[in-house]
Design a protein around this ligand. Structure first.
Ligand code: FE2
Ligand code: FE2
Length: 386
């Protein structure tokens, strides 16, 4: 089964599940008309779970996502299903192979209930909630931990969800970059929504290294890179005490720092080898071109223009573009430089392997005070090494 068939099959299952929930809500649980809806959904799910051991549906940005694909529905099914899940505070449902009909029936009854009936995870249905419980709320040792709204997620689960979202964010960036390349206007709302989710899902206990998931193939490098840099910069900024709108703008600036590369010819950006000095000159234009491009766009924070322009200017004022006088980049651009260089060295490129972490740390330390702000670098390395 290819990915398209999988998505089509899953869209059908969501439609059956939605029909089951809405119809079950109309009749008492024992009514003879209820059973066929549950049977149909159970049958389809069981068939799919024979091919894949787990099927996960996630509610992201008013869409239903599975395997990083947004499911497509005819009519209003998708909207109805979203409304049902939102009302119950469910953000994520995983169905696991061996799903008994009784578990599915309980879920359907729970989703259909108009009273405050609690939904429970079972061995074959895992439910996730929308809001992560307050650090001080809920609690370990609470006998009701599996209840939606009470269970505190482990840090691993939170990282898993952030990484799932990161995958989705990258596919959004991919589409956005393609649109810009074709000369369309940039839809800044996409950037704001990606950063909004990153910030919302980010937790300070997360180690930055855990946020850099497996490296993708090099032709996707730019999307992976800017997404990684955004996460690394959000880590630093959050740990330094930035919050709210400031933290959001910092994430937007990091996500857009290399937008100028879209204006550079593809054969230079994606060249699988070292650049000639002439090509390097063209490549270095991406800083100024990026800033110029962003000036022409609506609703882009000023910080993003600055980040595009300054992210290759070193702490000691060298680098590019060369600006006369003693020029020190904005503190946020200095943070982007740290994340940018770290991610570039950690990533496999067509012409070299990813570098080992101790080597990266040693190289970065040796550039403290020249390329990097020493205070920011120390701070970042502490986050990495903790
Ligand atoms: Fe760059
Ligand atoms: Fe970069």
């Amino acid at each position: 089964m290819d990915m398209q068939d999988y998505c089509d099959q899953l869209s059908l299952i969501v439609s059956q599940l939605t029909a089951a929930v809405t119809n079950v809500g109309l009749y008492p649980p024992t009514h003879p008309r209820v059973a066929p809806y549950i049977d149909r959904t159970h049958q389809s799910l069981t068939t799919l779970l024979e091919i894949t051991p787990q099927v996960t549906l996630m509610l992201i940005n008013d869409g239903i996502i599975s395997n990083n694909r947004k499911l497509v529905f005819s009519g209003s099914t998708g909207q109805v299903f979203l409304r049902i899940l939102k009302k119950k505070g469910v953000e994520r449902i995983s169905f696991i192979t061996g799903l008994p009909r009784s578990h599915l029936e309980d879920l359907i009854q729970g989703l259909a209930a108009t009273d405050a009936k609690k939904l429970h995870s079972t061995s074959c249905i895992k439910l996730g909630k929308v809001e992560i419980a307050d650090e001080t709320g809920g609690g370990e040792g609470d006998g009701d931990q599996e209840d939606i709204g009470l269970r505190k997620k482990t840090i691993d689960e939170q990282i898993g969800e952030l990484l799932d979202f990161r995958e989705y964010g990258m596919s959004q960036m991919h589409d956005l970059y393609n649109a810009i390349k074709q000369g369309d206007r940039m839809d800044v709302r996409v950037i704001h929504s990606i950063v909004g989710e990153f910030v919302r899902r980010f937790r300070r206990e997360m180690n930055p290294l855990s946020l850099l998931a497996a490296i993708k193939s090099h032709d996707e490098y730019t999307f992976v890179h800017v997404t990684n840099v955004a996460l690394l910069v959000i880590c630093q900024a959050e740990a330094l005490g930035f919050s709210g709108a400031n933290l959001h703008d910092i994430g937007v600036a990091a996500l857009l720092h290399d937008v100028g590369k879209l204006i550079i010819p593809e054969n230079i950006v994606a060249k699988p080898g070292a650049l000639t000095s002439q090509e390097r000159g063209v490549m270095e234009q991406h800083a100024i071109l990026g800033a110029q491009y962003l000036i022409s766009q609506k609703d882009v924070p000023r910080l993003a223009l600055l980040a595009a322009l300054e992210h290759h200017i070193k702490f000691d004022g060298t680098g590019y573009p060369s600006i006369p006088g003693r020029w020190r980049p904005h503190i946020v651009c200095q943070m982007i430089t740290v994340g940018d260089v770290f991610d570039a060295m950690r990533s496999r490129r067509p012409y070299r392997d990813a570098m080992p972490l101790p080597d990266i740390i040693a190289i970065m330390r040796s550039s403290s005070g020249t390329m990097f702000n020493p205070m920011l670098l120390n701070f970042f390395l502490q986050l990495i090494e903790r």
